[in-house]
Ligand binder design. Structure first.
Ligand SMILES: Nc1ncnc2c1ncn2[C@@H]1O[C@H](COP(=O)(O)OP(=O)(O)OP(=O)(O)O)[C@@H](O)[C@H]1O
Length: 334
């Protein structure tokens, strides 16, 4: 039997007037999985999420959930639930009533809906705050309430639009692991929109990298980070240098490039000049210019572990030779 939390988008397009925000994308969300839609601002990730939620119409294409075509169903009839960036809690309702709200709309009686609301507040560790108003909660607590409110409809898929962006860095890390724990415990699928590479890498079973309304690459965190397929993915995920070998572009991770003070015997070695040195705690980040390269071309970035750098520090202006294993250079499709 088809997992009811498995979803599929088939050639889905969203246009706003003349402009195309999402351009014929097709993708599969496995059942009980954590998927991140990752990309820069304006790439179409929120539009994609809103179409899955039913908050935005689909211009062309189909959306399936658990094998059923939900493209034209209203938001409440799809088996999806959405948690919004600003949490959208009702200010005049208590935490318990906020969470119970959608059950009230469905006509569930008061005792039953409050019992269900308490169950979900326990799940997100907020049972002790049931009587408070949203204004009496911290940002992190409001977010937990918003999560409980979305989950009370018993969705097959939870949709999250930048759920961590309003939190301070400490809370963000804590909520990140909470989201992963919840997804695992509930055994449903989460689709999480983010522009943060770290967030996607740490959370997702599957990362969908989007750019200009299209999908650039789909894979697990290590695929997308270690084996970028396009220049865009290599540059957007960070940690990579994109170089040309005359025929096509290659991506080489910054930590896979070795720096030699003298030309290594036998090895080709790219002659380069040190331009900037930055200390990052456990590593040094060194920016270099290709000595034969065009003035103003992209600098090459190399990361060197702290201890290794300290044995033989580099200096700005120094000429060095860069080399890497052929296997560490990935040929890109464009
Ligand atoms: N309601 C709308 N009407 C017209 N254009 C829109 C509308 N919503 C989004 N767009 C446009 O569609 C494109 C994709 O927007 P979308 O919000 O999906 O991107 P995003 O990747 O989620 O960006 P962000 O991270 O900034 O939210 C953008 O060019 C945006 O300006």
């Amino acid at each position: 039997m088809m997992d009811k939390s498995a979803a599929e988008l088939i050639s889905v397009t969203k246009s706003y007037g003349q402009s195309i925000a999402v351009d014929e994308i097709s993708l599969k969300i496995p059942g009980a999985s954590y998927t991140c839609l990752l990309g820069p601002s304006g790439c179409g990730k929120s539009s994609t999420l809103r179409m899955i939620a039913g908050h935005e119409t689909v211009s062309r294409g189909d959306i399936l959930l658990g094998g059923k075509n939900i493209t034209d169903l209203p938001p409440a009839g799809r088996g999806t639930a959405m948690m919004f960036q600003n949490y959208a809690l009702f200010p005049h309702l208590s935490v318990a009533d906020n969470v119970a709200f959608s059950l009230k709309m469905k006509g569930v009686d008061k005792a039953a809906r409050l019992a269900e609301s308490m169950k979900l507040l326990e799940l997100v560790d907020m049972a002790g705050f049931a009587g408070r108003l949203p204004a009496q909660l911290s940002g992190g607590q409001q977010q937990r309430v918003a999560l409980a409110r979305a989950l009370i409809t018993n969705p097959s898929i939870l949709l999250l639009d930048e759920p961590l962006s309003a939190l301070d860095p400490f809370l963000r890390l804590r909520m990140r692991s909470e989201l992963k724990r919840l997804q695992r415990e509930l055994g449903i699928s989460f689709i999480h929109v983010t522009h943060s590479q770290d967030e996607a890498l740490s959370l997702a079973d599957q990362i969908i990298v989007m750019n200009k309304g299209r999908i650039e690459q789909v894979g697990n965190a290590q695929d997308v980070f270690n084996r970028p397929e396009t220049q865009f993915v290599a540059q957007f995920m960070g940690g990579h240098n994109v170089m040309s070998d005359g025929q096509s572009h290659l991506a080489i991770r910054s930590d896979k490039i070795k720096v030699a003070r003298t030309k290594p015997k036998g090895a080709a070695g790219l002659k380069a000049v040190v331009r900037e040195i930055e200390y990052l705690g456990t590593t040094f980040s060194v920016a270099l210019n290709d000595a034969a390269g065009v003035e103003g071309s992209n600098p090459i970035s190399v990361t060197i572990p702290d201890a290794l750098f300290s044995q033989e520090p580099l200096e700005i202006g120094q000429t060095v030779f860069l080399n890497w294993k052929p296997d560490d250079a990935h040929r890109l499709a464009n």
